[in-house]
Design a protein around this ligand. Structure first.
Ligand code: GLA
Length: 376
């Protein structure tokens, strides 16, 4: 199974956490369809942790909690598929999941077959309760092999939180995406740290194994499982811009039954979705070197355009510039080329004059462009 562009969908964890059940999942799946987000490309519905009973059955099989999922997983999977969506589930490489339910350790092949029998399309695989004597790489290779031979195409979503230098071995496991950092929470401090850390994974990402900056907090507004404070609308816009410029998977984490127009507009921004889903697989870079307060992330797109995100993650006003030096670093200066910048949020077009676009960015502010290369 080859994956050319970052997966998109909805995951239960950020908002629902432990309180999952069939109704919550189906209602959010229906909302994906009704809001038009499915047509934007959000097609996976992923049940996160806490879906099973606390113990396996006598034959070692995982069992869906009958109180939360009275009809079992296959019936739910069928309903989700009938909506034209794909069905994702969750397990963990250790003895237990992060929330203490049975993990897949020593049951990898059995569990992969179980998931295949439920017509699962994606497995999010976590990194808690891992025995210290076995390496993460070995355990993820085991599940990678189990999924590859289970008889169904199942997207392998590794949730290693960047531990044990995941980025250096994750591609060898068959995983199609991997979590690069600790968990996101719905507030500025946590989110902006993940934006700053994204650059650590730039050399390792690209087609078929995407660095996952974690589920989106857009629209959570401080409510739900990781709703610890909330962000402003502009901070959510910065968040979504950064995930798209970096080419992260886009897994919505808010409760879609309550999503307002602002939230839906952010999640369906066509320019950013096109950037995120660009199939070039090119590596992003930081035009500002290792500056983590004011990164300027750039990625060359398939048609030769550039995605550019200028972020002020600090608490001070910052000078941000795409200038001669930047153009040189992007490979343009010697050819006498410059950029026509199109703002992804308001469509404004800015022709760079004298090879400079520069401005003061207020704290938490940003600009994000799709830039065309033009003659200087
Ligand atoms: C970890 C993961 C989260 C979520 C929880 C579930 O913390 O990083 O995304 O899956 O486990 O317990």
């Amino acid at each position: 199974m080859l994956i050319q562009t970052p997966p998109m969908g909805w995951n239960s964890w950020n908002t629902i956490g432990h309180n999952i059940n069939e109704d919550v999942i189906l209602e959010n799946a229906e909302a994906l369809v009704k809001t038009g987000l499915k047509d934007c490309g959000y097609n996976y519905v992923v049940i996160d942790d806490c879906w099973s009973l606390r113990a396996r059955d006598k034959n070692g099989y995982l069992v869906a909690d009958p109180e939360k999922f009275p009809r079992g997983m296959k019936a739910l999977s069928d309903d989700i598929h009938k909506m034209g969506l794909k069905f994702g589930m969750y397990s963990c490489c250790g003895y237990k999941t992060c929330a203490g339910y049975p993990g897949s350790y020593t049951h990898e092949f059995q569990d992969a077959k179980t998931f295949a029998s439920w017509d699962v399309d994606l497995l999010k695989y976590d990194y808690c309760w891992k025995p210290a004597t076995v390496s993460g790489a070995d355990l993820f290779r085991r599940m990678g092999e189990a999924l590859a031979t289970c008889g169904r195409d199942i997207l392998f979503s590794a949730c290693t939180a960047g531990k044990d230098d995941t980025k250096t071995w994750i591609r060898s496991t068959g995983a199609h995406m991997w979590r690069t950092t600790r968990d996101i929470n719905d507030n500025w401090e946590d989110m902006k740290e993940l934006v700053a850390m994204a650059q650590d994974s730039f050399p390792y990402g690209g087609a078929n194994c995407f660095p996952d900056m974690d589920m989106l907090i857009v629209g959570m507004r401080g409510e739900g499982n990781v709703g610890l404070g909330g962000c402003t609308d502009d901070e959510y816009r910065l968040h979504f811009s950064a995930w798209a410029v970096c080419g992260s998977p886009l897994m919505i984490g808010c409760d879609l039954r309550k999503a307002d127009d602002t939230t839906l507009n952010i999640l369906s921004n066509p320019a950013l979705l096109a950037i995120d889903q660009d199939a070039s697989g090119h590596q992003p870079y930081n035009l500002n070197g290792d500056n983590r307060d004011n990164p300027i992330y750039v990625r060359m797109l398939e048609n030769g355009d550039y995605a550019i995100g200028m972020f002020n993650l600090s608490e001070q006003t910052a000078w941000a510039a795409v200038d001669n030096i930047a153009l040189d670093r992007m490979g343009l200066l010697s050819e006498n080329k410059t950029l026509l910048l199109q703002d992804v949020w308001n469509g404004e077009e800015i022709r760079m004059e004298d090879n400079v676009y520069a401005l003061d960015l207020a704290p938490h502010d940003f600009r994000c462009f799709r830039a065309k290369v033009i003659d200087a």
